[in-house]
Design a protein around this ligand. Structure first.
Ligand code: SAH
Length: 335
């Protein structure tokens, strides 16, 4: 029997007697058995190696199927387009920073609604699609003025944002993006840095609108709903949910998204200019499972206790919706 290594001492493993497969015992989740075929637990679909803070979209799989996943862009944004643009207008917002623009869905919606938009994302694979749209629509002045940059929330001040002197009127971080920041030290340090950076780029009185899936419900039921306000495409056949607990604390939720093969898909769902290579029929993404109460505390650490703050469920007042798929937090920087 080999002596356990130092790593094994920290994370005990079960070793299969014949294959030698080593399954970390700290993975306690219902669907772990079906993910064991990967031989090690992966937080994202296979692709290029990632250094530092991993870009889960680096292999391009999610980026290539994103528009099949969310359904038609107009379906995706119809649920909250009017609400969000009316709300921003009512607050006098003109210039919005979308800190997780991905392929550009929300940024494009806001440009079409007449807002000035600066968009950033850490993943060049996702940005590529936003930049394509920018190029395609460059004759429209709003798109010609659209700033799209690669940036990480943890070093936002280093990004070439061309920020307005006073700061942005609003920062949006939508589509369950913030939950991609993992909490490897168990102290939410990365999360605090990112929220502080969002706070810093806002003008006094500016608004942060940030969301996450209803992880309270996901942890209670062990399942994430496949269709919800943001993702309305018919191509997701199922989402397999795995929950990782470390020392009894929910630390990571991994979602395996299964899509119907593309040939069975309708033409309408295909993204214009889609790549010629075969589209993957599944992808994996991992999230930190924010509980609403803890997320409120996180926001208030940077924005203060007494600032104006509202939580919506699927863009509706909480009393109007029983189990929302998403919580949307709106918090104002004090003046
Ligand atoms: N808001 C878009 C994209 C959602 S996907 C939509 O709803 O369609 C989540 C996005 O967050 C990805 O494009 C990913 O690259 C980005 N992201 C994750 N961590 C990030 C970080 N630390 N800094 C900047 N962007 C990040």
């Amino acid at each position: 029997m080999p002596r356990p290594s130092r790593r094994d001492a920290i994370y005990p493993v079960s070793v299969h007697p014949q294959s030698g497969f080593r399954a970390p015992r700290r993975f306690i989740c219902s669907s772990f058995l079906s993910t064991m075929v990967d031989s090690i637990y992966r937080t994202r679909s296979l692709g290029v190696a990632a250094e530092g803070l991993p870009d889960q979209y680096a292999d391009g799989k999610a980026a290539r199927v994103w528009h099949r996943y969310i359904g038609s862009v107009s379906d995706r944004t119809s649920v909250y387009r009017m609400w969000l643009s009316d709300f921003l207008r009512s607050k006098g917002v003109k210039h919005v920073l979308d800190v997780a623009c991905g392929t550009g869905v929300d940024s494009i919606m806001l440009l079409e609604e007449g807002f000035r938009v600066t968009s950033v994302d850490a993943s060049d694979k996702m940005l590529k699609f936003a930049l394509r749209t920018r190029w395609g629509r460059r004759r429209e002045p709003a798109f010609d003025n659209w700033v799209v940059e690669e940036a990480n929330w943890l070093s936002l001040s280093k990004a070439d944002l061309n920020s307005p002197t006073e700061g942005f009127d609003a920062v949006i971080c939508l589509g369950n993006s913030f939950a991609h920041l993992q909490d490897f030290d168990g102290k939410q340090n990365n999360q605090r840095v990112a929220i502080a950076n969002f706070h810093d780029v806002l003008k006094p009185g500016g608004l942060l609108i940030i969301d996450h899936r209803n992880y309270d419900a996901i942890l209670d039921t062990g399942k994430a709903p496949a269709r919800n306000i943001y993702y309305q495409g018919d191509v997701i056949t199922s989402i397999q949910t795995s929950c990782l607990y470390v020392e009894g604390k929910a630390t990571m939720v991994t979602l395996d998204y299964f899509l119907i093969p593309e040939e069975e898909d309708t033409l309408e769902m295909k993204q214009p200019n889609s790549e010629t290579e075969a589209k993957p029929d599944k992808f994996r993404l991992s999230y930190y499972p924010h509980r609403v109460k803890d997320f409120t505390n996180l926001l208030k650490t940077s924005f203060g206790e007494d600032t104006s703050y509202t939580i919506l469920g699927d863009f509706k007042p909480l009393e109007e919706i029983e189990t929302p798929a998403y919580f949307i937090h709106i918090i104002e920087k004090s003046t």
